[in-house]
Design a protein around this ligand. Sequence first.
Ligand code: PLP
Length: 350
Amino acid sequence: MSFNLDFLLRENIKNLHPYSSARDEFDGEASVMLDANENAYGSPLSQSFNRYPDPLQLAVKQKLSTIKGVPADHIFLGNGSDEAIDLLFRAFCRPGIDNVILLPPTYGMYEVSANINDVAVRKVTLTADYQLDIDGIAAAIDAHTKIIFICSPNNPTGNSIRRQDIETILVNFDGIVVLDEAYINYSKQSSFLPSLVEFPNLVILQTLSKAWGLAALRLGMAFASKEIIQVFNKIKPPYNINQATQTFAIEALERIDTVNAWIRETVDERSLLVQQLQRIPQVQHITPSDANFVLVRLQDARELYRYLVSKGIIVRDRSTVTLCEGALRMTVGTPDENRALLSQIEEFYT
Ligand SMILES: *Cc1c(COP(=O)(O)O)cnc(C)c1O
């Protein structure tokens, strides 16, 4: 068999008549808009929010299209990547029947979303060097496996997954392969975006929450074939991206130079942080990172975590996570923050 979108989709989604909003039915220029029961008098704010926003966010997608080199009709925007993840389950996975494959240790939201949607999870642990267990994945796939989630660079380990292995999965699996590139801006590896045309089953997730510095705006992106994007558009809440987010996103996307400068600085700070951590004898292992954080295995991780909390420094305790035993995940901060972190770690061990 080969990839067949109609075959993969849930029957109810295939047959769905989507909600048709006032803005769907008329989206031209007009001077009197009395079709959506909005307040025609205005909003009690300095900017106006009294009109419903563009359901398809075309102005934002236009800007993203230029930056990413992907046509606008291959882009879906969600209320964070989390919305795209949830919609994937709802489009493809029949509750109580279908399953997805997750590759721990990885981002926790895939499993939560699976559980919310009552979709079984098959876990294939990464290898000891945090790469794909290709044979294990092949063995876990059955006729009800709809989605495989790959995160690269992976959270919480920070490493990139080998490109060749991702391609092996894409070529041999007839379901959807979700490639979460939330941290791609910090990576030496290049994005799979230029390969979208080669793989009809590929869905790439990116976000404005990390490198773009807009976690509070909640804007996640999914890139895929036109057909898959049409499915997203059919089942999403009609006005899933609010006007404030659309307006600010457009403004932010003009300032890519600022963002690129931060990315360079973060990558430099990451090297420095790793170098200085390596000088601490109690640090046992640092996973080479392609992200804006490092996973560090060190002596007495749990106690160090609690000590740092007491000093007002919060890192992520991953010490009880499979394959991350004894490790803390540390986000790369400003130079001052990284210095504070390092001096408290040194303080703890002396
Ligand atoms: C932070 C992160 C995201 C971002 O999620 P948003 O909902 O877009 O903020 C997605 N995937 C991974 C792996 C992450 O670590």
